[in-house]
Design a protein around this ligand. Structure first.
Ligand code: ASP
Length: 310
């Protein structure tokens, strides 16, 4: 196999070709099998991952760190901007130029859009975007594609509804590009103030995607094979008052699922606030915790690939 990601940065969803995504999926599936069988992988022995997280994270940071340990590598970490020299005013470029002397690959999360690109421009080692503000979250999109493929058998011809805060949610910005690439029909469900940015919708359509806007959640769910629910991104609002106007605007409960398309899969990048009622957790199509777990093999694959160890 020719490793298509060797030495590359992972910054946006659009940077990926279909072939590259499929290769990540294949490597991830093999690694998932190995972990299931209790095998200890050691392909990343001697390599060090640095995680630089300047915004809160549970799944992305822990699954990247666990992934690195599962492939035999080691991890160093700045768990919050407040404990690093960023708090003293150090630039991203200076931090990254320092850290690349200690590690072989960097995962960065930062509130500023374009921060991962800035880090990648400064570093000679691979940089992975773990979320740049309201920009993108490409590794989440990869694990989302992996999840949809596992749950539904593929993406082509599926209708996937992205629901909630499509304006500020970086996960849906990234995922929508991959859905378009694989020929899924995209339904956008958001109130006017949280609509998907026009430049993204234009880009999706330009790539030939079928994009529908259906602001009514029940109606959108009736038409969709997958309902990808997102949290209203409180931290991106100018004021608490503005946030409260849209908080709780959509709540997915069993009543809605009973009226939705049969067999609908419910996804969510998590954390959930109030968008999905807890009663939905026992519905068999509720895939959000399986989705979170899929982050492990996908990130094992990504780290190994960019470091040229597969
Ligand atoms: N965990 C995801 C992210 O970092 C989704 C969210 O925070 O709502 O973007």
């Amino acid at each position: 196999m020719k490793n298509l990601l060797k030495g590359k940065d992972v910054l946006t969803a659009q940077q990926f070709s279909k072939e590259e995504i499929l290769q990540v999926m294949d490597v991830a599936a093999d690694m998932e099998k190995a972990v299931r069988k209790g095998k200890n992988l050691d392909n990343m022995e001697g390599k060090i991952l640095a995680t630089l997280f300047f915004e809160p994270s549970t799944r992305t940071r822990l699954s990247f760190e666990a992934a690195m340990l599962r492939v035999g590598g080691q991890v160093i970490s700045v768990a919050s901007g407040a404990t690093s020299s960023a708090a003293k005013g150090e630039t991203i470029a200076d931090s990254v130029k320092t850290v690349e002397g200690y590690a072989d690959v960097i995962v960065i999360r930062h509130p500023q859009v374009g921060s991962a690109q800035e880090a990648a421009d400064a570093a000679d080692i691979p940089v992975i975007n773990g979320g740049d503000g309201t920009g993108q979250h490409p590794t989440q999109a990869l694990l989302d594609v992996y999840t949809i493929t596992k749950e539904k058998g593929g993406l082509e011809g599926l209708t996937v509804c992205l629901l909630g805060d499509l304006k500020n949610g970086r996960t849906v910005h990234s995922l929508s590009h991959m859905l378009a690439l694989f020929g899924a029909r995209i339904v956008l469900c958001a109130p006017e103030v949280l609509k998907m940015p026009d430049y993204i919708v234009a880009d999706l359509k330009q790539r030939g995607a079928e994009v529908l806007e259906i602001p009514d959640a029940a109606e959108a769910a009736q038409q969709s094979d997958v309902l990808y629910v997102t949290r209203v991104q409180k931290e991106r609002f100018a004021s608490e008052e503005d946030y409260l106007k849209v908080k709780g605007i959509y709540v997915i409960d069993m009543n809605m699922i009973r009226q939705a398309k049969k067999g609908i899969t419910i996804m969510h990048p998590l954390p959930r606030v109030d968008e999905i009622a807890y009663e939905v957790d026992s519905y068999e199509g509720a895939a959000y915790f399986r989705q979170a777990h899929n982050g492990l093999p996908v990130r094992m694959a990504l780290l190994s690939m960019v470091c040229g160890r597969v």
